[in-house]
Design a protein around this ligand. Structure first.
Ligand SMILES: *[C@@H]1O[C@H](CO)[C@@H](O)[C@H](O)[C@H]1NC(C)=O
Ligand SMILES: *[C@@H]1O[C@H](CO)[C@@H](O)[C@H](O)[C@H]1NC(C)=O
Ligand SMILES: *[C@@H]1O[C@H](CO)[C@@H](O)[C@H](O)[C@H]1NC(C)=O
Ligand SMILES: *[C@@H]1O[C@H](CO)[C@@H](O)[C@H](O)[C@H]1NC(C)=O
Ligand SMILES: *[C@@H]1O[C@H](CO)[C@@H](O)[C@H](O)[C@H]1NC(C)=O
Length: 943
């Protein structure tokens, strides 16, 4: 054998595509060190890794997420760093070629092999392969790989200072902490964002390999583009579901092909292991670096892949084998995939749609396997500042929370990083559609630089091809908030240059990017910017293949998707202030994380105060706008917004005897405001599915946190659910009953909204209580039960009245409890055998703000049932609003229900899902406590 024993076994165990005559060494199996002038020493390093993580492991620095380390560790970002391998033993030199393959280098890297400089790279998102055959030939010892990483902040500043570099009108570019991020192809939020810190990490963030090819004719698979679509499918038109499936497989490789190569595929049902089909691909085309073939699966009807809640996530393995003309395999690769079409419909509203009552304009919604559906979900930001510690376990917990939250779609926001395949794999398994974006956000980019454009073109081609086989991939969007925000800022700052920048925008995000997408996938739609009014027309042979609509709109018509941020808390619950559109892709308001999560980041007891200097410094909304460590002017704006949200609507926490409890109550209060505001909007958007706007999506900002700080997230760093994630889970159920109280007119309406595809009918019970839990006489004049019947993907008004006409003795001492029960069919349940399912949902409304309610102590009790592993909560003396079960620090998991209403005498049994290393049950369950809105006023809750 050619390698020492240890290496061979690693090799055999590896899942890499390996074929005869090629040897692949995973460089993570080598020992690595990290060094740098700023360090004066060499420390052991991981691989893949980033500098901060290795310095922390070596005890040089503290946890980067503690306290003010966002500022204190800037010396790391300002320095250059070198990763060096130990001499790599066991390589032989009678190979035809030897290559270094990097799946990801962050970002400005210079690579040396055996002391020879091989190449420099400047794009975190590209895969790089370098021929080191000559360097190895000349090497007199076992070769060492070393990678120098330059300081990204210093390098982009130098680019910005170059007189040849592009400039923009002043006041347009948005800086969070480090400036000039638009000059680098590196995660933009590494330089700070309004929800995160600015560590500007560096390092080999993804795996790397040393590849040796034995023969001239032999290939190593770098990347695979597997495209599955309906025959004749065109990205921007609805696919014809009666057409057979087409499978197109395209492999990017190192090395060279023999003459007349062929490709065969096996398609296997992952569930049953049954072979669906074996095929020889037709129409083989080759280039120096790729081979492509195609087949049509006539007469085959594989099981479809469906998103969560709409059917099963049927998956198939496609094994692709490249063979020489003797039918000897020279490479193979296996991709797990699924059969589905996913289409973003942005087409003009048709006459037939008008006849259904849909307002004119254009569609903006997704269709899966030919069906419209309601997209329910949120926006995913980078789950950590340091990708090497984004493990499969961590992402599994995150995706389990997404599924538990009744979400079916996440928008993978620009500008983090293109997600790893294992993350798409998790989404494939769980049926979570991933609207994915290229990494361009809230900036104008140097689109007049041809080297910049070449660099991003390679980045996009690589990632579109890499990710395409995942059935969870739902869309490619070119950027975030460039059309809707950046062009607007240009218009304000320098109206004369507006047409020029519109041209720049179109030349990069449409003329360059659209063909890169369409040439590499027939199955995925493309939109140049996240929030837009959609397009007017598409003509692929026109110089600008997609003509955006911009403000070419007609009043009374609806177009495109909406975002909505309004920090004026006085209109937070004013339905008239919400956008009416086809799809809500961003909306939200920030809140504080819980005390338990703060306890993992703050150390000094004095820090645990709402406006302590450390809390202020960690609040990045509004963005500080530079590298200042002391300017809290902008942070104070965001802190004041949260404060106003609480003061305007909720009882003011006031626990002077216990500052920490007071801080905790304040954090919780900001979460109540946040959750209520999102709930109001989600109900409004979902109701729009049955309104003229035919609203078919709500993705709130944002799913999770990157660290412990105030933000728009529903999941705190570490996984603890904020009130928001529980409330969103509730209101994202398929069939919901929703009250709409218009406090300006006094009108009160009740709607049932369903996103099932078939009708649901049943009844809604409506019961008025005073806050002690007594029934209000004559039910305040409200019927006790109303029947309803709601069509598929529709809404129906169940009840409506003028609040003033209700017979309420005291509007501040009344709550209307709504309980819906209905029968309907789940989508894609077996039509022949499926009986209808029962759907239930409860909701409530008060015709006064929580702060004005005549709350009484509900006398909450919680006990743990050891045999059932559940908690039983009840209210004994009054109505409990926002009943909140809380659990101690150090436990990872979530209650199966929370933030609910209890009337006296009602008992609720609630399970707790432990997601990680269950601590001693006896210990932690004793730390569970329960509170409600009543306690916000001043009860000290002791854990
Ligand atoms: C490295 O040495 C320099 C100069 O002696 C010193 O300023 C710096 O603090 C040292 N760095 C570390 C991390 O010890
Ligand atoms: C980092 O490397 C660059 C390029 O070699 C050099 O110009 C710069 O001075 C270095 N910076 C530091 C802080 O050592
Ligand atoms: C499908 O592929 C995965 C990963 O390559 C493998 O673990 C699994 O066993 C395969 N299943 C079948 C049925 O071939
Ligand atoms: C292969 O190419 C021929 C000629 O262009 C075309 O008619 C045929 O449809 C192609 N086959 C597939 C599976 O696309
Ligand atoms: C859609 O409607 C607009 C008018 O709002 C029109 O200009 C455009 O050509 C139409 N697009 C298509 C593809 O018919």
């Amino acid at each position: 054998m050619l390698f020492r024993a240890g290496t061979v076994s690693t090799l055999l165990a590896s899942t890499l595509p390996v074929a005869l005559g090629q040897y692949v060494r995973d460089l993570s199996s080598e020992d690595w060190t990290l060094s740098g002038r700023a360090l004066n020493q060499t420390v052991p390093a991981q691989f893949p890794s980033q500098v901060h993580l290795d310095l922390w492991n070596a005890g040089i620095i503290d946890d980067p997420y503690l306290g003010l380390n966002d500022f204190n560790l800037r010396w790391i970002a300002d320095a250059n760093w070198t990763y060096t391998s130990d001499p790599i033993e066991g390589l032989l030199d009678d190979y035809d070629s030897t290559w270094l393959v990097f799946d990801g280098l962050d970002t400005f890297a210079t690579i040396s092999f055996c002391g020879q400089q091989i190449a420099s790279t400047d794009n975190q998102f590209r895969q790089y392969a370098f021929d080191v055959s000559e360097a190895l030939g000349a090497c007199e010892a076992d070769p060492v790989v070393s990678i120098d990483f330059g300081s990204a902040p210093n390098i982009v500043d130098a680019i910005a200072d170059d007189p040849n570099s592009q400039t923009w009108p002043s006041g347009v570019q948005i800086t969070y902490e480090y400036p000039n991020r638009w000059f680098m192809r590196k995660e933009q939020s590494d330089f700070g964002w309004d929800w995160g810190p600015a560590f500007a990490p560096a390092g080999p963030w993804k795996p790397a390999y040393l590849v040796q090819l034995e023969k001239t004719e032999g290939i190593y698979v770098l990347n695979t583009d597997l495209d599955i679509y309906r025959r004749g499918q065109i990205n921007y038109l609805p696919p014809d579901q009666s057409q057979p499936w087409v499978v197109n497989a395209s492999i990017d490789f190192l090395g060279s092909l023999p003459s007349n190569p062929s490709i065969s595929i096996d398609v296997t049902d992952v569930d049953s292991g049954a072979l669906l089909t074996s095929r020889i691909l037709e129409n083989i085309t080759t280039s120096d670096s790729s081979i492509t073939g195609i087949t049509i699966l006539d007469d085959l009807t594989p099981k479809l892949w469906w998103p969560q809640g709409l059917g099963d996530q049927n998956l198939y393995n496609v094994t692709i084998t490249v063979e020489d003309n003797q039918k000897q395999p020279i490479a193979h690769v296996s991709k797990r995939t699924g059969f589905r079409t996913i289409f973003l419909n942005q087409r003009n509203i048709t006459e037939a749609q008008r006849a259904q009552g849909i307002a004119p304009g254009a569609n903006w919604h997704f269709e899966v396997n030919g069906h419209e559906f309601y997209a329910k979900g949120s926006n995913l930001i980078p789950p950590d500042c340091f990708w090497p510690r984004v493990t499969e376990d961590k992402m599994t917990r995150l995706f389990d929370a997404v599924v538990a939250g009744n979400q079916n779609m996440l928008r993978v926001w620009s500008s983090g990083a293109y997600l790893h395949d294992f993350i798409y794999d998790l989404a494939d398994e769980r049926g979570i559609l991933l609207w994915s974006e290229f990494q361009f956000s809230d900036a104008l980019y140097p689109s007049s630089s041809s080297s910049f454009l070449e660099n991003v073109a390679a980045e996009i081609t690589y990632n579109v091809r890499r990710v395409n086989h995942h059935p969870s991939l739902a869309l490619w969007a070119g950027s975030n908030e460039i059309e809707v925000l950046m062009l607007l800022l240009v218009q304000e700052a320098d109206p004369a240059s507006y047409p020029y920048y519109v041209g720049e925008y179109e030349s990069m995000f449409i003329t360059l990017f659209l063909p890169l997408v369409y040439e590499n996938t027939r199955s995925i739609s493309y939109t140049p910017s996240s929030t837009t009014n959609g397009y007017l027309s598409i003509n692929l042979s026109a110089p600008i293949p997609m003509a955006e609509r911009y403000d070419n709109t007609t009043p009374g018509s609806y177009y495109g998707d909406t975002d909505h941020y309004n920090y004026d808390t006085s209109v937070a619950f004013d339905y008239g202030s919400y956008p009416v559109g086809r799809f809500a892709n961003e909306f939200g308001f920030h809140s504080m994380p819980s005390l338990q999560t703060w306890q993992t980041a703050l150390t000094d007891p004095q820090d645990f105060a709402f406006n302590s200097s450390v809390v202020m410094a960690r609040n990045h909304h509004d963005p500080v706008g530079g590298l200042s460590t002391t300017n809290t002017t902008n942070s104070a704006i965001g802190m004041a917004q949260m404060t106003m949200g609480v003061l305007s609507y909720y009882p003011v926490p006031n626990i002077p005897a216990d500052p920490t409890a007071n801080f905790s109550a304040w954090c919780h209060a900001t979460q109540l405001f946040q959750a209520d505001m999102y709930k109001a909007q989600i109900q409004f958007y979902r109701r729009g599915s049955g309104m003229p706007e035919r609203q078919l999506g709500s993705l709130y900002w944002q799913l999770e946190d990157i660290w412990q700080a105030p933000s728009w997230a529903g999941l705190e760093y570490g996984g603890r659910w904020k009130v928001l994630h529980h409330v969103a889970r509730d209101i994202y159920q398929p069939v919901i009953v929703s009250p709409f109280w218009n406090y300006t007119t006094g009108s009160l309406e009740v709607y049932v909204t369903s996103d099932l595809w078939d009708g649901v009918s049943g009844s809604v019970n409506m019961t008025w209580f005073d806050l002690q839990g007594n029934a209000i006489p004559d039910n305040a004049g409200t019927p006790r039960q109303m029947p309803f019947s709601v069509g598929g993907l529709n809404t129906t008004r169940v009840y409506g009245t003028d609040g003033a006409s209700l017979n309420l003795p005291d509007q501040n001492d009344a709550v209307l409890v709504l309980e819906m029960e209905g029968m309907g069919k789940r989508p894609n349940s077996d039509q022949a055998t499926a009986s209808e399912s029962r759907f239930t949902h409860s909701n409530y409304v008060t015709l006064a703000w929580p702060k004005d309610l005549r709350l009484v102590d509900p006398g909450l009790e919680v006990r743990y049932q050891r045999d059932r592993g559940t908690f039983v909560v009840r209210a004994t003396t009054g109505v409990s609003l926002y009943t909140w079960l809380d659990y101690p620090k150090g436990v990872v998991g979530y209650f199966e229900d929370n933030a609910f209403v209890l009337v006296p005498g009602e008992e609720k049994e609630v399970g707790f899902v432990v997601q990680d290393d269950p601590p001693d049950e006896g210990e932690w369950v004793r730390g569970v406590n329960v509170r409600s809105l009543w306690d916000q006023k001043g009860t000290v809750i002791h854990s």
